[in-house]
Write a protein that binds this ligand. Structure first.
Ligand SMILES: Nc1ncnc2c1ncn2[C@@H]1O[C@H](COP(=O)(O)OP(=O)(O)OP(=O)(O)O)[C@@H](O)[C@H]1O
Length: 591
C-alpha cells in the first residue's frame, strides 16, 4: 500500500491539477451514464410498453413529460437520450486521452528523472550496481511502473463510477442496494486470494526478467569467447530454460487472472438471479425501481470485476514500484553535487596526496598512507604489479572515489565540490577499455569537443598515429565503427580514444594502460607525441610495459597499496634490490 501511495504522490506531483480535472470529468461521465439509465423508465413508459404509474414516489419527476404534447414526448426523450449518451462518450474519450497523456508523460518523466539520477550518482554507486540491473530498471521496471500507474488511474475511474452508481441505486432503494453491496463484498472477499497470487507472479516476473537480461547482456558481451570456444549450445540451453520459465509464468498468471474474472462473471449471474427473486419476495420492489436497479447493477458488476482486475494489475506492478523506488532512493543517497562552472582550473605547481588511504572493503586497504607529489606539466608514471592500486590511485585524483583518510591538494588547495567539477572538466582520461559508441569516427571524436574543426580533428588523429588508418577507411571520418568500435582493432580503438582526448586539450592527461594494445612502432610514435606535450599539460601514465615510460620525469612504484619507490626512471632502475628494477628485469627476460 505504501508503494502505491508513493507512486500516486509522484503521479500527482507530475500531473498536478490535470489529475483532478480528469477525475472530475470521470465523475461527470458516471453521472451522465446514470442519467441515461434513468431515462429508460419514461422511455419504456411513454412507448406504452409498460405502465409504471409515474405518480408514485421518485418516479413522479418523470410526470413532467406528461405536460409535453404526446406526439413530441417520445422523440424528445429519445433526443435527450442521444444527447446524454453522445456527451457521455465524448467526455469519456477526452478522459481516456488525458489518462493516456498522464500515463505516457509520467513514464517519460520517470524514465528521464531516474536516468538523470543514475548519471549524477557517484562512482561507488556504479561499483556496487550491475549495469544490466540498471538497464532492466530503466527499460522494463519503469514501463511496468507506468502500467501500474495506468491501473491506479483505472481503479480511480472504476471506483468513482461505482460510487456514483451505488449512490443512485441507494436513492432508488436503500435496502436492495445494501443487500447487493453485501453480496459484492462477499465476492471481493472470496476473490482476495487472487490478489496475493498475482503479487507473487509480479515478484517472479521481476526476478526472472532481471536474471534473463543480466545473462543475455553477459553472453553478448562475451560473444567472442562463446564463439571461439564453441559454447553456443550451452548458452542456448540456458536461454531456452529461462524463456520457458518466463512463458510458464505468464501462462499461469493469465490463468489466475482469468479464473478470478470467471468467478466474477458466474457470481454475477447467480447474484442477479438471487437478487431479482429476493427483491420481489422480500422487498416487494416496484417494477420500475427493480428494472433500474437491475440495469445499474448489471452495468456496475463488470466495473467491480474491473476493480478486481486493476487491483491484480497493481499487485503485479508492486515489485516494479519497489525496485524503482529503491533505485530512486539509492541514487539520491549517492548523488554527486558537482557544480557546473564556466571557470577554468589552473594547475601551476602540483597535485599532492597527503596521508591518503582508501579501501573498497573493510578488510583490505587498496591504498595506504600515500604521500606523493605530482609536478605540473611533467610526466609521472605509476607502476606496480597487477592489483597494486594504480587505477585506484588515479580514481582518487579524478574524484571518482574519495579518500577515507588523508587529503588531496591541487596547488595547495584541498579539492572541494567546486574544484572537483572544474577538475573533471580539465581532465582527459583514456581507460583500459576504450569507450566508443556505435556511430561514425567523427561522432566519436566530437564527443568531448563538439565544436572541433576538421583541421583540429586531423591534427589530433596525427598526434595519436591514427590519421593513416582513418584515411584508408572507405568513408574516412564518416565510417561507422559498430558497437563499442567492434569494426576496429584494439590498437585502432586506443588510438582513436587518445585522439579524442587530445582534441579536448586537457590540463591533465591520464592514460591508464592506454597504449597496451599497440604495436611497437605505433607505441613509439605515440610516446614521441606525448613527449611533445610535456610542458603543456600534466601527464599521468599507468603502464605495465615499463619501456613505454622511459621518458617519464617521475616514476611512482606501488606495491600492495603502498608507495615503495619514487624517482626518475634511470635512478630507480639502478636500485638493484628494489621492486622497480626487479619488474624491469623480469620484462627484459621475458622479451
Ligand atoms: N570495486 C572493487 N571492489 C573491491 N575491491 C576492489 C575493487 N576494485 C579494485 N579492488 C581491489 O583493490 C586493489 C587495487 O586495485 P586496482 O584496480 O587499483 O589495481 P591496479 O594496480 O590498477 O591493477 P591492474 O594493473 O590489474 O589494473 C586490488 O586488490 C583489487 O582487488
Amino acid at each position: 500500500m505504501k508503494d502505491i501511495v508513493y507512486f500516486l504522490k509522484q503521479v500527482y506531483q507530475y500531473a498536478g491539477w490535470r489529475l483532478f480535472a480528469s477525475l472530475i470529468a470521470v465523475t461527470i461521465v458516471s453521472l451522465l451514464d446514470g442519467l441515461a439509465i434513468l431515462l429508460l423508465i419514461p422511455l419504456i413508459h411513454f412507448t406504452g410498453m409498460v405502465d409504471f404509474g409515474l405518480e408514485n414516489s421518485f418516479l413522479s419527476a418523470y410526470s413532467l413529460f406528461e405536460y409535453v404534447p404526446s406526439s413530441v414526448v417520445l422523440p424528445l426523450i429519445l433526443l435527450i437520450f442521444v444527447v446524454i449518451v453522445a456527451v457521455h462518450h465524448l467526455i469519456e474519450k477526452a478522459v481516456m486521452i488525458k489518462h493516456t497523456r498522464i500515463q505516457m508523460g509520467f513514464l517519460t518523466h520517470l524514465r528521464m528523472s531516474i536516468y538523470q539520477d543514475i548519471l549524477l550518482s557517484n562512482w561507488s554507486f556504479f561499483l556496487k550496481k550491475s549495469s544490466s540491473d540498471l538497464i532492466h530498471t530503466v527499460l522494463t521496471e519503469i514501463a511496468k511502473t507506468s502500467g501500474g500507474t495506468r491501473s491506479i488511474l483505472q481503479l480511480c475511474t472504476n471506483l468513482i463510477f461505482a460510487f456514483v452508481q451505488i449512490g443512485m441505486a441507494f436513492i432508488l432503494s436503500p435496502y436492495i442496494t445494501c443487500f447487493v453491496l453485501l453480496l459484492g463484498l462477499v465476492a471481493i472477499y472470496m476473490n482476495r486470494k487472487y490478489l496475493k497470487m498475482t503479487q507473487a507472479f509480479g515478484k517472479q516476473n521481476y526476478t526472472l526478467g532481471k536474471k534473463f537480461l543480466a545473462g543475455i547482456t553477459d553472453q553478448l558481451g562475451g560473444i567472442k569467447e562463446i564463439k571461439s570456444n564453441h559454447l553456443e549450445a550451452a548458452q542456448l540451453r540456458w536461454a531456452g530454460e529461462m524463456t520457458h520459465q518466463m512463458q510458464e509464468e505468464q501462462v499461469n498468471y493469465m490463468n489466475t487472472r482469468l479464473r478470478s474474472q470467471l468467478n466474477y462473471k458466474i457470481s454475477l449471474a447467480v447474484f442477479i438471479a438471487a437478487f431479482v427473486y429476493l427483491s420481489i419476495q422480500l422487498f416487494q420492489a416496484q417494477s420500475a425501481t427493480l428494472l433500474l436497479i437491475i440495469v445499474i447493477f448489471s452495468r456496475l458488476w463488470p466495473r467491480v470485476a474491473g476493480i478486481q482486475s486493476s487491483l491484480e494489475q497493481i499487485a503485479t506492478a508492486i515489485p516494479s514500484f519497489k525496485a524503482v523506488k529503491l533505485l530512486q532512493s539509492e541514487c539520491k543517497q549517492a548523488r554527486e553535487e558537482l557544480l557546473l562552472s564556466e571557470e577554468k582550473l589552473t594547475l601551476e605547481d602540483s597535485i599532492t596526496y597527503q596521508q591518503v588511504s582508501f579501501r573498497y572493503v573493510k578488510e583490505k586497504y587498496a591504498l595506504k598512507d600515500i604521500n606523493v607529489t605530482i609536478p605540473s606539466k611533467k610526466m609521472t608514471a605509476i607502476v606496480g604489479k597487477s592489483g597494486a592500486g594504480k587505477s585506484t590511485f588515479v580514481d582518487l585524483l579524478m574524484g571518482l572515489n574519495q579518500p577515507q583518510e588523508g587529503t588531496l591538494y591541487i596547488d595547495g588547495q584541498k579539492i572541494s565540490n567546486h574544484s572537483l567539477a572544474l577538475l573533471r572538466q580539465s581532465i582527459g582520461y583514456v581507460s583500459q577499455e576504450p569507450f566508443l559508441f556505435n556511430g561514425t569516427i567523427r561522432e566519436n571524436l566530437l564527443l568531448l569537443c563538439p565544436n572541433a574543426t576538421d583541421q583540429e580533428i586531423w591534427q589530433a588523429l596525427t598526434f595519436a598515429s591514427a590519421a593513416d588508418f582513418v584515411k584508408k577507411l572507405p568513408e574516412s571520418l564518416e565510417t561507422y565503427i559498430g558497437d563499442r568500435g567492434i569494426k576496429l582493432s584494439g590498437g585502432e580503438k586506443q588510438r582513436l580514444v587518445l585522439a579524442r582526448v587530445i582534441l579536448k586539450d586537457p590540463l591533465i592527461l591520464i592514460l591508464d594502460e592506454a597504449t597496451s594494445s599497440l604495436d611497437t612502432e605505433n607505441e613509439k610514435n605515440i610516446q614521441e607525441s606525448i613527449e611533445q606535450l610535456k610542458g603543456k599539460m600534466t601527464i599521468i601514465v599507468i603502464a605495465h610495459r615499463l619501456s613505454t615510460i622511459r621518458d617519464a620525469d617521475q616514476v611512482i612504484v606501488l606495491d600492495e597499496g603502498k608507495v615503495v619507490q619514487v624517482g626518475e626512471f634511470v635512478q630507480l632502475s639502478k636500485d638493484k634490490n628494489q621492486l622497480f628494477s626487479q619488474l624491469l628485469q623480469r620484462q627484459v627476460e621475458a622479451m
